[in-house]
Design a protein around this ligand. Sequence first.
Ligand code: AMP
Length: 224
Amino acid sequence: MQRVVLLGPPGAGKGTQGARLAAVWGVPHIASGTILRRLVATEKGDLAQQARVINEGKMIPDRVANAVVLKELEKPSALEGFVLDGYPRDVPQARVLDEFLEGRKQRLNAVVLLQVAEGTLITRLAGRLTCPACGESYHVAAAPPRVSGRCDRCGGALVVREDDQPAWVRTRLAVYEEKTKPLMAYYRARGLLHVTSAEGTEDEVFALVFRSAGAGGTTDSMVL
Ligand code: AMP
């Protein structure tokens, strides 16, 4: 049974690595940002209204993020395990997740932090193309789709995410520093944190993530 959280700044590769990890284990890849963007695009209710700040790189309210992710975790498909990507994003969300799992007599196996230098993040985000339909992402230079503008996986039309515009990237990195970084101490104190360099190729990073996610205890594959 694998219950894993991927942590890391925007552009670290959580989506790509999360999808691979989930596919190998046969568990759902629950990417809160992808779910929330779909909600904003397709629904008009209260939740969708509150999730609109997504386009400005700010966090949506914890209440909304918790509701959306717990609904996914309650599905039978998540009973045998999951890979969480983008959630929890702050300490209050981590507490909600802990309570949810405790209520089911379950616990996380590992929290893997993908660590990347800020310059690399900015280059990656500046060239990122995303498929709104399935969440797959590409890079114009480093990992282009086979057919220009089309998703390899589902054929959807690729877009530049509004919050990948340079003006909003700074906000997202600042939000990460302030709200998400404290999760490192939170999970390290619980013996769950594995710090992994995410600077290499997709395959190199996957090998590290896979090892960390399956390993017990705390590991640091690079100096913080
Ligand atoms: P991501 O795809 O993980 O980069 O998330 C994109 C955006 O979705 C973030 O900048 C937030 O606006 C929102 N978001 C995703 N996950 C969460 C979360 N757990 N809590 C609050 N906002 C979130």
